[in-house]
Write a protein that binds this ligand. Sequence first.
Ligand code: ARG
Length: 577
Amino acid sequence: MRHFRQQIGDRVASILDLTSTDLADSMTDPPSQDLGDLSLPCFQLAKQLKKSPPEIATQLAQASWDLPWLQSVDTAGPYLNFKVNRSEFARLAVERVLQAGEGWGRGESGQGQTVIVEYSSPNIAKQLAVHHLRSTMLGQAMANLLRWAGHTVISWNHLGDWGTGFGKLLAAWEKYRSTDDLDSPPLEKREDPVSDLNALYVRFNQSCQEEEGLDSIAREWFRKLEAGDPLAVSRWKRIRAVSLHKFDSIYQRLGVSFDKTIGESHYEQGMEAVIAQLQDKGLLVESDGAEVVHVTDQMPPMLIRKQDGATLYGTRDLASAMERHKLYPFDRCLYVVDAGQGLHFKQVFGVLKLLGHEWASHLEHAEFGVMRLKVDGAWKKGKTRGGQVVLLEEVLNQAVQLATRKVQEKNPDLDSQQVEQISEAVGVGAVIFSDMKAARRKDVNFELEKILAFDGETGPYLQYTHVRFCSILRKAASQGLAAGDGRLLEEAEELVLLKRILRFPEVVARAARDAEPSHLSQYLLELASEFNTYYAQHRVLGDDASLSSDRLVLVDALKKTLGRGLQLLCIDPLERM
Ligand code: ARG
């Protein structure tokens, strides 16, 4: 729509003899279609030209407009209301979408800008739990949106592969060798090595409470790992490799990929340099044997080095941010991490600023709310009754299972391979959409039955709407119906749909700017619901061949918009289901 609003803006500039205006973004829809199809508030212009808004509106209404897609220009007090010539507007709208083809919605607002999006960032030796979905999918959608809006994006996985916890795991490996040897069968050959590692870790932690001295054995193993002891390093590498392998299989199902996967371990070498910088600037302060930096009075100091000399998660984040900026001097660097780590990022960003890095203001904590699951009738934070985490893979499998039943019910003609493919897309898509539906800062209540409904605000509902577009297009093709140029799309509901479609590139740009995939998911829900209203009132393929041809291109434009929108959200736009 911006393209059309821009034309109005340019015309206003020439009528009023202004060099340029930035009116395109201030135009809105009038409160009702009777008043017009586009509205320009004249307050800004009035101020600029020192006249009253109604005066400006009247002056503009009396001018000659000669934009062929405009029907009339009227005033309503301080507003200028435009009615479009539906036929010409429809023709131009359809042309715009179809000419863009596969690139529909792609924008240039991000041209020349580099953005790092860090997301997922799980800890190794643990399974991905359902709450990992949030960072993983929100982050991937942000990366997709930013790319589609024209930015250069580097997607980044900041793997948690370092810290004293790995000392425990290595100690456990050694301790339980007689009963549960991770070398036989070797870790790599096991069905679920990550679960086995986690089980061993939990067992070791329990023993720590009963047996004395285990803690210091664990510390010793971490020290060995830090010192490059061959056995410790080789086991740690194996743990890392099997974990990554497992993560990748789930990422693949979710349509997630990274340009960079860099573990926290990578920054171990750079710790001394970071500490030296802090020292040089006189920022490092001793506190109870540990070293800290006072960021502001508004927050507790950031811990840089513990009493025992070990560096921390936060120290590694300092090193990582500096390296990121060195590798890719970014315009923005997003950390898609839960809101619970808000203080951590305030400290990290604050310390980088104190170090004098002006780019610290380009760092953003793209925070999000928690995901809750229903346990015994109450909403809980991603844990089962026994306090166990709910595995992401299990949730995906359950969703696919439920989807299989529904798909078979809906379409008994599909063969088993089709059912399998479609159910995977529907089940996984439903889970992803549920995560992306609401503004990211809100908490999400996750309910499997609800998110898989084919009606209501769900992923399957959107996929089903896409399928409907595809089946209309297939039917038209089988009738040999050619595409029209859109001139006959003169119904009020058609104008509503065309305006909605034309807004797609703006929605992508806004979602990218705000790092807010829900702008897009809400838009797609509106698009689908407006189409379904239209479809209940009008036949697309009817007796009038010319009209059918034009409605066909409308459906094609809808399909391109919804299809691309779903893809940006990592949801498979199905052709059949
Ligand atoms: N691995 C961390 C965790 O599981 C998340 C890392 C977030 N990213 C960062 N740069 N600190 O909690």
